[in-house]
Every structure is written in C-alpha cells, then in structure tokens.
Design a protein around this ligand. Structure first.
Ligand code: GLN
Length: 454
C-alpha cells in the first residue's frame, strides 16, 4: 500500500486518480496486517485497489466524473466495494472515467482525460474508456487491480488499449447496487488486473447474489481460481465470420489468427461460426443505451444530488432544472439524453426503441444457437485498432468514437460474459487484446480459456 501511494503521487500526469484516499488506505492496510498476524487472511487481505468513480463509497466524494455531482458525498457503500473491503482489500482512491461512463476514450470526464502509460512517437494516447483511469492505473502499477464497469465495452476496450486483463461478467453475476446507473439492462461491474489469475481472484470477491439488486442472480459462484488448469482439450472455439470486418488492419487479423493458433495448440478445436445479426448491434446499442440513460439521468435535477445552478430573480423550478442540467452535464451526456428522449418519444418509440429491442433479441438468439451447437467460447479481437491519440477522435464525428465498440457491444446486448486478454503488440509497440466470449454463468471456463492466451 505504501509503495502504491508513493507511485500514485508520482503519477499525477496520468490523470488516473481523481480522488486519493491515503488515510483510508493506511487504516485498511493496518487492519489487514492485524488479520494476517492472526492468521485470518481472506483472499484480498491487504491488496491495494483503485475504485472507478462510478462506485459509491461511503463518505468519499463520488461524481461519476460529472460536474452535476460536484460535492456529492455518498451515504452508502456499493455492494461491490463493501464485498471487496470485506475480503480485506485496501482502497487507494477513486479513478477517472468518462462522464457517467459514456465514452470510449476517457475524454468526456469533467476532470480531463486519463492518459495511457504506453506511448508511441511521443504522442499522448488514450487509455480507452469509459474505465480509462482504472486501466491506466493498473497498467502503470499504481494499484494491483481496479474496478471497472462495462455497458458496451468499458472494461474490455481500456484493458486492450493498456495491455491488461478486463472481464465483463454475465449480466446479474455482480450486484449493481450503489453503482451510478448508465443503462441498467446493460451495465455490469467487473475486475481489471494484470493477469488472468488476479482477475479470477478479484471476480471471486465481487460476485454473488444481492437482495438489494433485483436483477442480481441467485446462482452459486464457483471457485474461479481453481478453474485455471490450462486444460482446454476438446473445447470448441468459434470464430465468427461477421467480425471479419472490411478494412480490418492486417495486424489485428494476424493477432486474431495467433490467438486461434494458441488455443488450437492447447488442444481446442477451432470452428467457423456465424452470428448473422452482428451488423445491427452497434445501432441497436446506441438506441437502447441512450434511452435508458435519459431515464436514469432524469434524477440529476438540482434537488437531490450535487450541483445546483445559481438562480436569478423570478426563476422558478423549471429554470432551476434547466440551468442546473445545462451547467452540470457535459456535451456527450447531453447528446445521449437528447437521443434517448427522442427514441422514447411517442412518435418514434416503435420505429427506434421497440425495433432496437427486437434486434437485441435476435442478437441474443444468434449466440444461443452457436452455444447450443456445442461452441464453448468465441474468439474475436477486442478493438478495431490499438490505442489512438488523445484528441484524435474526440474532435471528429461522434459516430467515429462509437465505432470503437463494434466488437464489444454484442456481449452486453446478449448479457454474456466477455474477457479481454493482452496477446501481442502492434508495429508501433502498442498492446493489442483479444476477446473471448463465454456461455452465460460460465466465467470459470472463460477465465481458463483466457489463461491459455495469456
Ligand atoms: N463506449 C460505449 C458508450 O459510450 C460503452 C461505454 C461503457 O461500456 N460504459 O456507451
């Protein structure tokens, strides 16, 4: 913990930590020492972690990287962080992210971007998003692991951009209670760490049923670390032909082939599969996620949480709402609220929202059929490219940024577990990741497949 706190203070330029909690860290570390001395050491005893700013931690400022939550002090502890601390983990502080987890580059944060510790040609690169601070902190050894959340790729894409492991669990595996909601039917929290083994141990402490989250599943949590045998003989790995996008960079295609070879060498059978509705996933996601966001973000109205605008003489409650939301939300969040409100409006509900829900069902059916056909896991690239430069995409058409999520959003729409593993470097020496997608509730098998790729 001491070494991490020193490293964090020396790495302010990365913008990874937005709120440091050294006093809490030292207190928890001392308590962990006492437990160790008594021989009562749970799995994460004394392990220093960073917490994404989306998780409420009692008495510690939490803003979801938004100005609208300026000054908000949660009075409750999220289930995930309370489980982590119960397992002995130490909290180093809160981590940077895209505002309300909307983005793929950490550039929509009210704190400014987090920076990727990997560089090329002296360009500053994005660590990805929305869990950019988490990825940057783990990759730069500022902490041993970090919590992330993944609505459309926000754990897996930053993990790929920074050369670490990130796992998005099956929807319902990890409680969402106490995590600021973006799109509730897609959001899942998960671990980000250096290795597959660390990821397994970390997930163990986060997972499990929680009566406070009605979408959390009452399903036994297996021993994830025990599943890491490296034995995948006879397993069937699907390579979906629809992910072979036109214009895929040769380096990404080569990495994908290398990953398939590694799994084949370990005794798995590689099969071509089809997920025919893949091309509709991105548009469906960018209807459903903003729709849910526009509803979830209605609560930030200047009455209950955080920021309230200064009012002029004669302003009523409507002006208070309008001014507060105009000042408090950033441009990307406003864009999502407007898209979401539009697709949910009476005149367009059937054309957009209902249609997107039908597409979602078809995407889920594609996966169900492939798994019913005996496929154990699906292998794809995590991202269409290595990390891009800060500012390179943010200034362009927002749709360019959305295209980053092309390989990751299907997993959230179908509620499946997905993991990104660092498998190689591109010609500039930047990390590239591969994604494995598993059957629902089979994170243990998924981790074991990822273990072979590591
Ligand atoms: N980039 C996607 C979005 O902006 C995914 C973000 C996430 O998973 N939280 O919605």
């Amino acid at each position: 913990t001491g070494a991490c706190l020193t490293a964090i203070d020396g790495a302010d330029a990365l913008g990874a930590f937005v709120h440091k909690t050294p006093d809490i860290a030292r207190e928890q570390a001392t308590a962990a020492d006492a437990r160790l001395a008594k021989g009562d050491a749970p799995d994460l005893c004394g392990i220093p972690l960073g917490i994404k700013d989306l998780f409420c931690t009692k008495g510690v400022p939490g803003q979801a990287a938004s100005n609208i939550l300026a000054g908000f002090l949660p009075e409750y502890e999220s289930t995930v962080t309370s489980k982590l601390f119960g397992a002995g983990a130490v909290m180093l502080g809160k981590l940077n992210m895209d505002e309300f987890a909307m983005g793929s580059s950490n550039e929509s944060s009210c704190y400014g971007p987090a920076v990727n510790p990997w560089r090329s040609d002296d360009r500053e690169l994005t660590p990805g998003g929305s869990s950019g601070g988490s990825a940057s902190a783990v990759a730069a050894d500022l902490c041993l692991g970090a919590t992330g959340t993944d609505t459309g790729g926000s754990i897996r894409q930053p993990a790929a951009f920074t050369g670490i492991v990130g796992l998005k669990p099956t929807y319902g595996r990890v409680s969402r209670w106490g995590i600021v909601a973006y799109a509730s039917s897609l959001d899942q929290a998960g671990p980000m760490a250096k290795t597959v083994r660390d990821t397994a141990i970390f997930l163990q402490a986060m997972a499990g049923h929680d009566a406070k989250d009605s979408t959390s599943a009452d399903i036994p949590v297996p021993d994830f670390e025990a599943a890491l045998t490296g034995d995948i003989r006879g397993k069937k790995i699907g390579i979906p032909r629809e992910y072979r996008a036109d214009g895929m960079p040769a380096e990404i295609a080569a990495l994908w082939a290398k990953g398939a070879d590694m799994l084949r060498d370990a005794g798995a059978e590689i099969v071509d599969i089809s997920l025919p509705h893949t091309q509709y996933a991105l548009p469906a996601y960018y209807v459903i996620a903003p729709a849910e966001a526009s509803s979830n973000l209605a609560r930030y109205d200047g009455v209950r949480y955080g920021h309230r605008a200064k009012l002029s003489q004669g302003d009523g409650i409507t002006e208070m709402y309008e001014k507060t939301r105009a000042e408090g939300f950033g441009a990307e969040v406003k864009r999502r609220i407007m898209i979401g409100t539009y697709v949910l409006s009476a005149g367009f509900y059937d054309a957009y929202y209902n249609r997107a829900r039908k597409v979602r069902a078809l995407i889920k059916r594609d996966f169900d059929q492939v798994f019913a056909g005996g496929v154990d896991a699906i292998l794809t690239p995590t991202t269409p490219s290595a990390a891009f430069g800060l500012g390179e995409m943010a200034s362009a058409d927002p749709v360019q940024m959305y295209l980053n999520d092309v390989f990751t959003v299907t997993v959230n729409l179908a509620g499946l577990p997905g993991i990104s593993v660092p498998v190689g470097l591109d010609s500039q020496g930047l990390p590239l990741g591969l994604q494995l997608i598993g059957r629902p509730w089979e994170e243990a098998a998924l981790l074991n497949h990822a273990y072979v790729l590591e």
